[in-house]
Design a protein around this ligand. Structure first.
Ligand code: HAM
Length: 414
C-alpha cells in the first residue's frame, strides 16, 4: 500500500528547503538587530484560548480549527495561529516582568482546515513577531518597517503594504450601529452565517467570502470614518512615522482581518504576483488581548509572514545551495580508510565532503560526484598513498592541481 500525505499538507523537499533555511536565517538576523528573542511555543493548545481571542464568529473558529478531544477528555486544538498561544505563554511565565517592551519571534507550523488551493494549505508555516508592553506609535511604524526590510533582504521587491486603523472598543459601538443600518435592508440576500453574525458580531460580515455577500456589502461604511479622537491621532502618527522612515504604503480602509483581537493599526503585505491568496504577511495591534487573558493591561502588536506564499517570489537558490566542496573517490581498502579519515578532518574544518561508497568503481564514483555537483574531486589510490600526494580536479574549469595528502595543503589548494 502506498501512503500519501493528507490533503493540503505538504512535504518540503530540497532544494526548496535551502530557501526556507535562507528565509529563516535572514529573518533571525533582521529581528536580532531590533532586539527580538526567539520563543518556541507548543503546536497544541487548549481550544478555549483560540475561541476567546480569535473570536467565536470568525471563519477560523467556526470552520477551520483542528479540534479534538485528547484521551483525558480535554478539548485541544492544533494552533491555527500563534498570537493567542504567545499571549498565553507571556502571562503564564510572567514575561511582562522583563523590561518593556518585550520583543519575541517564533517560527513554525499553523493548521487551518481550509479548502486547499495555490497559496492556501491546511498546514502552513509562519515567521512571526510580537511586541508587548508599549502603546508607542513608533513601534507600529518600526514593526512595519522591519517587515519591509525583511522582504528587501530576502530579495522580494514586488510587495504592497496596506495599512488601516480599525479603532478601539470606544469607537466600535458607533460604527457597528452604522454598519447594521447599512446592511439592514439587504439582510435577506446574505448567507445564513452572515444573518447570524448580524446580531452577534456584524463586523465579521465584512470578512465573508460568499460572492453574494461580497456584492451586497459593497459601499458599506468604513470603520476609519468612525475613529474616536485618540484612534485618529494614533493612526495619523503611524502614517507620520511610516513616512519618516520612507516606508511606502497604501491606506486601505476596507482591509478586514480574519481575527477579532485587533485594535487600531492593522496591516497586510500583498504581492501582485500572486493569485487569490496574495497576502504574504499580515498583522496589527491588539490593545486588550493580554488583559482579557488575565494579564496586565498591556498592549501588543505583531505580524506573521506566510512562508509558503513568499517562496514563489524568491528567485533562484541562495548561495548556500550547491554541491559538495570535495568529493573523495577511493580505490582499495587502505585508500577507503584514509579517505574516510581525511573526510572527517576536512568536515571538521567546515567543508562539505562526500565519499564514494559501496566499493563502487572509479567510473561510478566520478558519475556520482558529477551528479551531485561536486566542486572538486580527489582520487585516492595506491599510487597517491605511496607518494602522499593527490591531484585535485576543479570540476568547473577542469583544472588539475597537485597537493600534499594533507588537510591544510588541500584546503589551501581548493
Ligand atoms: P493571519 O492573517 O491569519 O494572521 O495570517 C498571517 C499570514 O499567514 C497570512 O498573511 C498568510 O501569508 C499566511 N497564511 C494564513 N493562512 C494560510 C494558509 N491557509 N495557507 C498558507 N498561508 C497562510 C495571523 O496569523 C496573526 N497571528 C498575525 C499576527 C501576529 N498578528 C499579530 N501578531
Amino acid at each position: 500500500m502506498k501512503f500519501k500525505a493528507l490533503k493540503g499538507v505538504h512535504d518540503i523537499l530540497p532544494p526548496e528547503t535551502y530557501i526556507w533555511q535562507h528565509m529563516e536565517v535572514v529573518a533571525k538576523e533582521v529581528f536580532r538587530t531590533y532586539g527580538y528573542k526567539e520563543i518556541r511555543l507548543p503546536i497544541i493548545e487548549p481550544t478555549d484560548i483560540f475561541i476567546r481571542s480569535i473570536g467565536e464568529t470568525t471563519d477560523i473558529v467556526e470552520k477551520e480549527m483542528y479540534t479534538f478531544q485528547d484521551k483525558g477528555g480535554r478539548s485541544v486544538t492544533l494552533r491555527p495561529e500563534g498570537t493567542a498561544p504567545f499571549v498565553r505563554a507571556f502571562i503564564e511565565h510572567n514575561l511582562y516582568n522583563e523590561p518593556s517592551p518585550q520583543k519575541y519571534y517564533y517560527i513554525g507550523p499553523m493548521f487551518r482546515y481550509e479548502r486547499p488551493q495555490a497559496g492556501r494549505q491546511r498546514q502552513f508555516y509562519q515567521i512571526a513577531v510580537e511586541v508587548l508592553g508599549t502603546d508607542d506609535v513608533k513601534v507600529d511604524a518600526e514593526v512595519i518597517s522591519m517587515l519591509s526590510i525583511f522582504f528587501k533582504k530576502i530579495g522580494v521587491k514586488d510587495i504592497e503594504i496596506e495599512v488601516t486603523s480599525i479603532g478601539c472598543g470606544r469607537c466600535r459601538p458607533e460604527y457597528k450601529v452604522a454598519l447594521k443600518n447599512f446592511l439592514k435592508d439587504k439582510l435577506n440576500i446574505f448567507c445564513d452565517d452572515c444573518k447570524r453574525r448580524y446580531d452577534i458580531n456584524p463586523l465579521r460580515i465584512l470578512d465573508c467570502k460568499v460572492k453574494t455577500c461580497i456584492d451586497a456589502r459593497e459601499g458599506s461604511p468604513s470603520v476609519i470614518e468612525f475613529l474616536c479622537k485618540d484612534c485618529k491621532v494614533h493612526f495619523n502618527d503611524v502614517r507620520y512615522y511610516l513616512r519618516l522612515l520612507g516606508i511606502e504604503h497604501i491606506i486601505n480602509p476596507n482591509l478586514v482581518r480574519g481575527l477579532d483581537y485587533y485594535t487600531r493599526t492593522t496591516f497586510e503585505v500583498k504581492s501582485p504576483l500572486l493569485g487569490a491568496q496574495n497576502a504574504v504577511a499580515a498583522g496589527g495591534r491588539y490593545g486588550s488581548l493580554v488583559e482579557e487573558f488575565g494579564g496586565p493591561p498591556v498592549s501588543g502588536i505583531g505580524f506573521a509572514v506566510g512562508i509558503e506564499r513568499v517562496i514563489p517570489l524568491i528567485k533562484g537558490l541562495p548561495s548556500i545551495w550547491g554541491g559538495p566542496d570535495i568529493f573523495l573517490c577511493s580505490l582499495g581498502k587502505e585508500a577507503e580508510e584514509k579517505s574516510l579519515l581525511l573526510a572527517e578532518q576536512l568536515r571538521g574544518e567546515g567543508l562539505w565532503v562526500e565519499l564514494g561508497y559501496d566499493k563502487s568503481s572509479l567510473r561510478s564514483q566520478m558519475r556520482r560526484a558529477d551528479r551531485i555537483g561536486a566542486k572538486n574531486v580527489i582520487v585516492v589510490g595506491e599510487d597517491e598513498l605511496k607518494k602522499q600526494r593527490v591531484i585535485i580536479k576543479n570540476m568547473k574549469d577542469k583544472n588539475e592541481v597537485e597537493a600534499a595528502f594533507d588537510v591544510k595543503a588541500i584546503i589551501k589548494t581548493i
